[in-house]
Design a protein around this ligand. Structure first.
Ligand code: TXA
Ligand code: MG
Length: 350
């Protein structure tokens, strides 16, 4: 049975964090909130703790984990060097949803880095996460606290759904803020080139304001390329039914839904406030934020995808979003849920 401690962001009641820190120091794993999604934390120095994380999630062992720390000066212990661009970005965006890949110093468990010569590190911007790292006095390796292949958890109840019976404790901090995972960037290039391996809470545009031109791993846009970040090759974030993105206006969206309904499929639709009630009276509609402010879409995305798993639909159609700013992270997650399938009004021969 999993123990759930509710802190709801109020750290005056410290007992949950103390208990979680004890478990971590005993080599056990604990789920905790961050500003992006819930993480499943374990001691990044312990092979045994890391094995438990992979086991609880059913995660492939060739997919390395992010190490969470609380202070910038801890980085030096775990990396060979801090490149200049990385330092600039740390100064601006930490604590926050930016994960930086460095060459590692060999001090962490090799299971954290899946045998690679590099390690991914971030300082989360969440009072419970920071308090837990400090109280445990450990670097915490933490992937998202979902079962591998399910949407990442943005509430303690999502973690409970996936991992009840598999982990000893969830620290409940209410709903997370950003709603999609951190941006992962590679800063190991000898010429100082910064490359986005996974789009996320910190946008390309925001990074470029600090370090100039930022590159994107070609595998993020081209399905034939092999991604640099091992995690990006898996179909992540998948709801139970296949998800297909619709690139077209409301009449085209309606037509696709009607076709699927007529063929006997139970259809789910993922739409924004702007299209609410306009597509279909029979489809199961989940409204996910407003196009006016994409932070609302990111915030509700995983919760919305989980809703379709409750509703027993056979197919899900979703809107698409511009590939700029936070839209890049949202589209990346939808593409992974969709397995990359987009139906376009133009190529459909209209
Ligand atoms: O927001 C987040 O980043 C959340 C919270 C809990 O911090 N964590 C998270 O972890 O999303 P996870 O394990 O679900 O995703 C980690 C990503 C994977 O795509 C993995 O392949 C990549 O980071 N990664 C980790 N270490 C890496 C490395 N050394 N080189 C390249 N990619 C790496
Ligand atoms: Mg994950």
């Amino acid at each position: 049975k999993v123990e759930t401690e509710s802190d709801q962001g109020q750290l005056h009641n410290h007992t949950g964090i103390k208990r979680a820190a004890q478990l971590l120091n005993r080599g056990e794993v604990v789920a905790f909130p961050t500003e992006t999604v819930y993480g499943l934390g374990g001691n990044a120095l312990s092979d045994e703790a890391i094995s438990q994380i992979f086991e609880a999630k059913g995660r492939p062992s060739d997919n390395p984990l992010i190490v969470h720390i609380a202070r910038q000066d801890q980085v030096l212990e775990y990396v060979k060097e801090i490149p200049k661009n990385a330092q600039h970005l740390m100064d601006v965006f930490w604590p926050g949803p930016l994960t930086i890949v460095f060459k590692h110093s060999g001090k962490l468990s090799p299971k954290v880095t899946a045998g690679l010569s590099t390690v991914a590190i971030r300082i989360p911007d969440h009072p419970i996460a920071l308090a837990l790292i400090m109280e445990s006095d450990l670097p915490l390796a933490a992937p998202s606290a979902n079962t591998s292949g399910r949407p990442s958890p943005t509430e303690a109840s999502h973690v409970f759904e996936d991992l009840n019976g598999r982990i000893p404790m969830i620290l409940d901090g209410g709903k997370t803020g950003v709603g999609v995972e951190s941006t992962v960037i590679d800063c190991t290039d000898p010429n100082g080139k910064v490359t986005i391996l996974r789009p996320g809470g910190i946008t390309k545009e925001a990074l470029e304001e600090v370090v100039g031109e930022v590159f994107v791993d070609p595998a993020l846009v081209n399905r034939d390329e092999i991604p640099i970040s091992p995690g990006m090759k898996y179909t992540h974030y998948a709801p139970a039914a296949p998800l297909i993105m619709i690139n077209g206006g409301i009449p085209f969206f309606k037509k696709k839904v009607e076709e699927a309904s007529r063929s006997g499929k139970r259809v789910g639709i993922l739409v924004t406030e702007e299209a609410k009630g306009l597509i279909s009276p029979v489809a199961q509609e989940v409204v996910c934020g407003t196009r006016e402010d994409l932070t609302t879409v990111a915030n509700q995305l995983y919760h919305s995808l989980r809703k379709f798993d409750e509703g027993n639909v056979d197919i899900i159609f979703s809107e698409i979003f511009p590939e700029t700013d936070l839209g890049a992270a949202i589209m990346n997650r939808l593409r992974k849920a969709a397995g990359g399938e987009i139906l376009s009004e133009i190529t459909a021969g209209k």
